[in-house]
Design a protein around this ligand. Structure first.
Ligand code: PEP
Length: 251
Protein backbone atom coordinates (compact mmCIF):
# COMPACT_ATOMS: atom_id res chain seq x y z
CA UNK A 1 0.00 0.00 0.00
CA UNK A 2 1.45 3.39 -0.97
CA UNK A 3 1.49 6.13 1.68
CA UNK A 4 -0.12 9.40 0.62
CA UNK A 5 2.06 12.49 0.29
CA UNK A 6 0.56 15.95 0.69
CA UNK A 7 3.17 18.56 -0.16
CA UNK A 8 3.12 22.34 0.21
CA UNK A 9 5.12 24.34 -2.32
CA UNK A 10 5.30 27.85 -0.93
CA UNK A 11 7.29 29.16 -3.91
CA UNK A 12 8.54 32.73 -3.24
CA UNK A 13 5.89 33.53 -0.63
CA UNK A 14 5.53 34.21 3.12
CA UNK A 15 7.81 36.09 5.51
CA UNK A 16 9.79 34.11 8.06
CA UNK A 17 7.27 35.05 10.79
CA UNK A 18 4.39 33.81 8.60
CA UNK A 19 6.29 30.58 7.99
CA UNK A 20 7.02 30.03 11.68
CA UNK A 21 3.45 30.72 12.67
CA UNK A 22 2.28 28.26 9.94
CA UNK A 23 4.43 25.39 11.26
CA UNK A 24 3.55 26.26 14.87
CA UNK A 25 -0.09 25.55 14.03
CA UNK A 26 0.86 21.86 13.72
CA UNK A 27 1.11 21.80 17.56
CA UNK A 28 -2.67 21.63 17.76
CA UNK A 29 -3.34 19.83 14.47
CA UNK A 30 -3.00 16.08 14.30
CA UNK A 31 -3.05 13.92 11.17
CA UNK A 32 -2.67 10.19 10.59
CA UNK A 33 1.13 9.90 10.38
CA UNK A 34 0.80 6.17 9.65
CA UNK A 35 -0.98 6.83 6.35
CA UNK A 36 0.07 10.32 5.27
CA UNK A 37 3.38 12.06 4.76
CA UNK A 38 3.20 15.85 4.98
CA UNK A 39 5.94 17.89 3.33
CA UNK A 40 6.60 21.63 3.23
CA UNK A 41 8.90 23.28 0.70
CA UNK A 42 9.65 26.79 2.01
CA UNK A 43 12.09 29.30 0.50
CA UNK A 44 15.76 28.35 1.09
CA UNK A 45 16.53 30.89 3.86
CA UNK A 46 13.87 29.41 6.17
CA UNK A 47 14.85 25.73 5.91
CA UNK A 48 17.31 25.61 8.77
CA UNK A 49 15.22 27.46 11.37
CA UNK A 50 11.99 25.74 10.38
CA UNK A 51 13.81 22.42 10.72
CA UNK A 52 14.77 23.31 14.29
CA UNK A 53 11.23 24.46 15.08
CA UNK A 54 9.64 21.31 13.65
CA UNK A 55 11.87 19.08 15.80
CA UNK A 56 9.88 20.42 18.77
CA UNK A 57 6.48 20.60 17.03
CA UNK A 58 6.16 17.50 14.84
CA UNK A 59 9.19 15.47 13.79
CA UNK A 60 7.19 13.68 11.07
CA UNK A 61 6.72 16.76 8.91
CA UNK A 62 9.23 16.71 6.07
CA UNK A 63 11.02 19.84 4.90
CA UNK A 64 12.08 20.10 1.28
CA UNK A 65 13.96 22.53 -0.94
CA UNK A 66 12.17 23.84 -4.04
CA UNK A 67 15.19 23.38 -6.30
CA UNK A 68 18.91 22.54 -6.36
CA UNK A 69 21.83 23.27 -8.67
CA UNK A 70 23.25 20.38 -10.72
CA UNK A 71 26.83 20.97 -9.58
CA UNK A 72 28.20 20.28 -6.11
CA UNK A 73 29.92 23.62 -5.54
CA UNK A 74 31.67 26.41 -7.40
CA UNK A 75 31.18 29.76 -9.08
CA UNK A 76 27.38 29.70 -9.40
CA UNK A 77 26.26 32.92 -7.73
CA UNK A 78 22.88 32.64 -6.06
CA UNK A 79 22.62 28.85 -6.33
CA UNK A 80 22.29 26.12 -3.68
CA UNK A 81 23.66 22.59 -3.95
CA UNK A 82 22.41 19.20 -2.78
CA UNK A 83 25.49 18.95 -0.51
CA UNK A 84 24.55 22.22 1.20
CA UNK A 85 21.06 20.98 1.86
CA UNK A 86 22.34 17.67 3.26
CA UNK A 87 24.69 19.60 5.55
CA UNK A 88 21.72 21.29 7.24
CA UNK A 89 19.66 18.09 7.45
CA UNK A 90 17.39 18.58 4.44
CA UNK A 91 16.71 15.32 2.61
CA UNK A 92 14.20 16.34 -0.03
CA UNK A 93 14.01 18.65 -3.03
CA UNK A 94 11.51 19.47 -5.75
CA UNK A 95 13.03 19.29 -9.25
CA UNK A 96 11.64 20.35 -12.63
CA UNK A 97 8.75 22.50 -11.43
CA UNK A 98 7.11 24.13 -14.46
CA UNK A 99 8.03 27.60 -13.15
CA UNK A 100 11.70 26.55 -13.13
CA UNK A 101 11.30 25.18 -16.66
CA UNK A 102 9.46 28.30 -17.85
CA UNK A 103 11.39 31.16 -16.19
CA UNK A 104 14.80 29.75 -15.29
CA UNK A 105 15.73 27.64 -18.30
CA UNK A 106 15.48 24.24 -16.63
CA UNK A 107 15.47 22.08 -19.75
CA UNK A 108 14.92 18.31 -19.70
CA UNK A 109 18.70 17.86 -19.75
CA UNK A 110 19.19 20.16 -16.76
CA UNK A 111 16.34 18.46 -14.91
CA UNK A 112 18.07 15.11 -15.51
CA UNK A 113 21.39 16.45 -14.17
CA UNK A 114 19.62 17.80 -11.08
CA UNK A 115 17.81 14.51 -10.46
CA UNK A 116 21.10 12.60 -10.66
CA UNK A 117 22.89 15.08 -8.39
CA UNK A 118 20.10 14.88 -5.82
CA UNK A 119 20.16 11.07 -5.84
CA UNK A 120 23.97 10.97 -5.69
CA UNK A 121 23.70 12.94 -2.46
CA UNK A 122 21.01 10.78 -0.96
CA UNK A 123 18.21 13.30 -1.40
CA UNK A 124 14.63 12.31 -2.14
CA UNK A 125 13.09 14.05 -5.13
CA UNK A 126 9.67 15.33 -6.10
CA UNK A 127 10.06 15.29 -9.88
CA UNK A 128 7.54 17.51 -11.67
CA UNK A 129 6.27 16.85 -15.17
CA UNK A 130 3.27 18.22 -17.04
CA UNK A 131 1.99 19.45 -20.37
CA UNK A 132 1.05 22.96 -21.47
CA UNK A 133 -2.47 23.76 -22.71
CA UNK A 134 -1.66 23.68 -26.48
CA UNK A 135 -0.17 20.20 -26.01
CA UNK A 136 -3.35 18.97 -24.31
CA UNK A 137 -5.50 20.63 -26.99
CA UNK A 138 -3.42 18.90 -29.66
CA UNK A 139 -3.96 15.56 -27.87
CA UNK A 140 -0.24 14.96 -27.36
CA UNK A 141 -0.21 15.40 -23.56
CA UNK A 142 0.73 11.78 -22.80
CA UNK A 143 3.61 11.69 -25.29
CA UNK A 144 4.87 14.99 -23.87
CA UNK A 145 4.70 13.93 -20.22
CA UNK A 146 6.26 10.51 -20.88
CA UNK A 147 9.04 12.13 -22.87
CA UNK A 148 9.75 14.60 -20.01
CA UNK A 149 9.80 11.68 -17.61
CA UNK A 150 12.06 9.58 -19.82
CA UNK A 151 14.56 12.44 -20.11
CA UNK A 152 14.44 13.24 -16.38
CA UNK A 153 15.08 9.59 -15.49
CA UNK A 154 17.72 8.96 -18.14
CA UNK A 155 20.50 6.93 -16.50
CA UNK A 156 18.66 6.61 -13.18
CA UNK A 157 19.06 3.08 -11.78
CA UNK A 158 16.08 1.09 -10.52
CA UNK A 159 17.29 1.06 -6.90
CA UNK A 160 16.95 4.85 -6.82
CA UNK A 161 13.33 5.03 -7.95
CA UNK A 162 12.08 4.50 -4.39
CA UNK A 163 13.54 7.94 -3.61
CA UNK A 164 11.55 9.64 -6.34
CA UNK A 165 7.96 10.88 -6.16
CA UNK A 166 6.53 11.90 -9.52
CA UNK A 167 4.32 14.99 -9.51
CA UNK A 168 2.02 15.28 -12.52
CA UNK A 169 1.26 18.98 -12.83
CA UNK A 170 -0.56 20.10 -15.98
CA UNK A 171 0.87 23.60 -16.49
CA UNK A 172 -2.54 25.04 -17.44
CA UNK A 173 -3.87 24.05 -14.02
CA UNK A 174 -1.10 25.61 -11.92
CA UNK A 175 -2.22 28.75 -10.14
CA UNK A 176 -5.18 29.17 -12.51
CA UNK A 177 -8.01 27.77 -10.40
CA UNK A 178 -8.63 25.21 -13.20
CA UNK A 179 -8.10 21.73 -11.79
CA UNK A 180 -7.77 18.76 -14.12
CA UNK A 181 -10.80 16.47 -14.02
CA UNK A 182 -9.96 13.68 -11.60
CA UNK A 183 -10.61 11.14 -14.39
CA UNK A 184 -8.13 12.93 -16.71
CA UNK A 185 -5.53 13.13 -13.94
CA UNK A 186 -6.07 9.44 -13.18
CA UNK A 187 -5.58 8.54 -16.85
CA UNK A 188 -2.26 10.39 -16.92
CA UNK A 189 -1.14 8.86 -13.62
CA UNK A 190 -1.96 5.41 -15.02
CA UNK A 191 0.16 6.12 -18.11
CA UNK A 192 3.03 7.32 -15.92
CA UNK A 193 2.85 4.15 -13.81
CA UNK A 194 2.72 2.04 -16.95
CA UNK A 195 5.83 3.80 -18.24
CA UNK A 196 7.65 3.13 -14.95
CA UNK A 197 6.55 -0.51 -15.20
CA UNK A 198 7.93 -0.83 -18.72
CA UNK A 199 11.26 0.69 -17.66
CA UNK A 200 11.75 -0.65 -14.12
CA UNK A 201 9.30 -3.52 -13.65
CA UNK A 202 6.00 -4.11 -11.88
CA UNK A 203 7.15 -4.03 -8.26
CA UNK A 204 8.84 -0.63 -8.59
CA UNK A 205 5.88 0.74 -10.57
CA UNK A 206 3.42 -0.41 -7.91
CA UNK A 207 5.43 1.31 -5.20
CA UNK A 208 6.25 4.61 -6.88
CA UNK A 209 4.15 7.50 -5.64
CA UNK A 210 2.54 9.72 -8.26
CA UNK A 211 1.00 12.91 -6.90
CA UNK A 212 -1.14 15.52 -8.66
CA UNK A 213 -0.59 19.28 -8.66
CA UNK A 214 -2.62 22.10 -10.18
CA UNK A 215 -5.14 24.18 -8.23
CA UNK A 216 -5.67 21.55 -5.54
CA UNK A 217 -8.04 22.96 -2.90
CA UNK A 218 -9.97 21.69 0.11
CA UNK A 219 -13.05 21.14 -2.07
CA UNK A 220 -11.42 19.01 -4.79
CA UNK A 221 -8.86 16.97 -2.85
CA UNK A 222 -11.13 14.06 -1.86
CA UNK A 223 -12.31 13.54 -5.44
CA UNK A 224 -8.68 13.46 -6.64
CA UNK A 225 -7.59 11.18 -3.80
CA UNK A 226 -10.40 8.72 -4.58
CA UNK A 227 -8.56 7.78 -7.79
CA UNK A 228 -6.49 4.57 -7.50
CA UNK A 229 -3.33 6.02 -9.06
CA UNK A 230 -3.35 9.42 -7.36
CA UNK A 231 -1.17 9.13 -4.26
CA UNK A 232 -1.20 12.68 -3.02
CA UNK A 233 -0.96 16.31 -4.02
CA UNK A 234 1.55 19.08 -4.59
CA UNK A 235 -0.22 22.22 -3.46
CA UNK A 236 0.79 25.79 -4.27
CA UNK A 237 -1.70 28.61 -3.57
CA UNK A 238 -3.86 26.65 -1.13
CA UNK A 239 -0.82 25.75 0.97
CA UNK A 240 -0.12 29.35 1.96
CA UNK A 241 -2.83 29.47 4.63
CA UNK A 242 -2.63 26.86 7.36
CA UNK A 243 -6.43 26.42 7.52
CA UNK A 244 -6.76 25.44 3.86
CA UNK A 245 -3.65 23.24 3.89
CA UNK A 246 -4.92 21.50 7.04
CA UNK A 247 -8.25 20.81 5.31
CA UNK A 248 -6.38 19.31 2.35
CA UNK A 249 -4.35 17.05 4.67
CA UNK A 250 -7.61 15.93 6.30
CA UNK A 251 -9.18 15.07 2.92
C1 PEP B 1 2.43 24.18 -7.76
O1 PEP B 1 3.03 25.21 -7.60
O2 PEP B 1 3.07 23.12 -7.85
C2 PEP B 1 0.97 24.22 -7.82
C3 PEP B 1 0.34 23.13 -8.10
O3 PEP B 1 0.37 25.44 -7.60
P1 PEP B 1 -1.22 25.69 -7.38
O4 PEP B 1 -1.69 24.71 -6.35
O5 PEP B 1 -1.31 27.11 -6.90
O6 PEP B 1 -1.88 25.48 -8.70
Amino acid sequence: MRRSLIAANWKMNLTFDDALSFVSSFKEFKFDTKKIDVLIAPPFPYLSDLGKALKKINKKIILSAQNIHFESSGAYTGEVSAEMLKSIGINWTIIGHSERRQYFGDTDIIVNKKVKKALENGLNVILCVGEQLPEREAGIEKELVISQLGMALYGVESDNISRIVIAYEPVWAIGTGKTARSSDAEEMHRSIREYIRSKYGRKIANNVRIIYGGSVKPDNISDLMSMPNIDGALVGGASLKFESFAKIISY
